[in-house]
Design a binder for this molecule. Structure first.
Ligand code: PLP
Length: 418
């Protein structure tokens, strides 16, 4: 309560903006993930890996726009590419060279992707991948995992069965449960079009899939003629060719999104030529902004010039070192708090690890998560409300030192609760 009161006192302009927003948008926002009680911090601008809120407070940005902000807020080469594209005009209602070169970059990097198509978001990419799998197999159901997140209409709660939002029948399985999942795949083989999985649960808490689990899914889906879809919307940053390249496990379809157009809106789905070939006219896939000139121009620079496979490896290593350092501090203090994740993504956990699958949080965990968020925010570091970190390229050693100090201060100040 005290941390909340301090937050309210320090953010009058954010509070006033929230009051106005609530008059015109349900919940006062247009992106559920950004809403938290009592009101969210509203940002005014960003530069590099720094943000300034509407009350004039400065933050180190380690939220990294939930992975979409990989390049930071002011990467000059991306801004230049967008300005150059703007100079040639918007909304040309035509195919262009930039989409072919960006598609070429993606096909060259992701082992599963022989052919690719663009969308406006990761949500649409997943909806289209599922549509393709259903058309390809002639089956209708999809196996997904509890706690998985594949977009605004494709979120899977920890309890209950189907999401209410899409009219596909879903079979729900438990993440990292080899035996149970393989049994479900076999049981439902004749109605399953696809198995869709994040190689690491992102929103679900940065919980990595065990390699043997993904390998078992690969084998069971191949045997049953089911399309295996890796949702790499978040995890594609884990190497030049995503988690699939890192693990050497190749799905049939892959979905992409987030940072890949340099921070412009983006999504893509791609895979084997036999499945993706359906879009040669047999299935339609339109979308006014699929090849919008800003996303395509920025994406070419982002992937082709900046986030090269070498840079992806460096970022991965920086993230691994960060998590080891944070966990070393926390273990040294004797807390169960730790950071899960892989590479440049991490989530604060308030139960003993390693965590294999998400579980409904206890009231105590909820309270600690909220306290962590407000304490770290008060120290000038902006994270996702759920305690997720996604490193951006401008984050360097000095910034990671700041994070380590803030986490140590939190663990010390709140030792009695942890
Ligand atoms: N898939 C995963 C794994 C995601 O994390 C997200 C977004 O957070 C999506 C899909 C949806 O992407 P978008 O928000 O671009 O629709």
């Amino acid at each position: 309560a005290e941390a909340r009161e301090a937050y309210v006192a320090a953010h009058p302009a954010s509070q006033a903006l929230h009051e106005r927003a609530r008059q015109v948008m349900p919940g006062g926002n247009t992106r559920s993930v950004l809403m938290y009680s009592p009101f969210p911090t509203a940002m005014e601008k960003g530069e590099g890996c720094h943000l300034r809120d509407v009350d004039g407070r400065d933050y180190l940005d380690l939220c990294g726009e939930y992975t979409a902000g990989l390049f930071g807020h002011s990467e000059q080469r991306i801004h230049d590419a967008v300005r150059e594209a703007l100079g040639r005009g918007l909304n040309l209602a035509a195919v262009g060279a930039a989409e072919t070169s960006l598609a070429g970059l993606i096909c060259g990097r992701f082992p599963s992707v022989e052919l690719v198509r663009f969308t406006n978001s990761g949500t649409e990419a997943n909806l289209m991948a599922l549509t393709a799998a259903r058309a390809f197999t002639g089956r209708d159901a999809v196996l997904a995992f509890r706690g998985g997140y594949h977009g605004g209409v494709l979120l899977f709660p920890l309890s209950g069965t189907n999401p209410a939002t899409v009219p596909f029948p879903f079979v729900m399985a438990d993440y990292n449960d080899v035996e149970g999942t393989v049994a479900l795949i076999r049981e439902h083989a004749d109605r399953l079009a696809a198995v869709i999985i994040e190689p690491m649960l992102g929103s679900g808490g940065c919980i990595p899939a065990r390699p043997d689990f993904l390998a078992a899914l690969r084998q069971a889906t191949t045997e049953a003629g089911i399309v295996l879809i890796f949702d790499e919307v978040m995890t594609s940053r884990m190497s030049g060719g995503g988690m699939q390249a890192r693990l050497g496990i190749t799905p049939d379809l892959t979905t992409l999104g987030k940072y890949m157009a340099g921070g412009m809106s983006f999504g893509a789905f791609g895979g084997s030529a036999d499945i993706m070939g359906l879009f040669d006219g047999r299935i339609a896939h339109a979308g006014t902004f699929n090849n919008n000139v800003l996303s395509m121009a920025a994406g070419n620079v982002a992937l082709g010039k900046i986030f090269t496979p070498e840079v992806a490896e460096t970022l991965f290593a920086r993230g691994e070192a960060m998590r080891a350092r944070l966990n070393g501090i926390l273990t040294g203090m004797g807390t169960t708090m730790h950071f899960s994740g892989i590479g440049s993504m991490a989530t604060a956990q308030f139960r003993a690890g390693p965590i294999e699958r998400p579980e409904p949080p206890t009231a105590e965990e909820e309270a600690l998560r909220e306290l962590f968020f407000f304490d770290i925010l008060a120290s000038g570091i902006y994270l996702a409300r759920r305690g997720m970190i996604a490193l951006s390229l401008p984050v360097g050693e000095a910034e990671l030192d700041r994070l380590a100090a803030a986490v140590a201060d939190f663990a010390e100040a709140r030792a009695a609760l942890l």
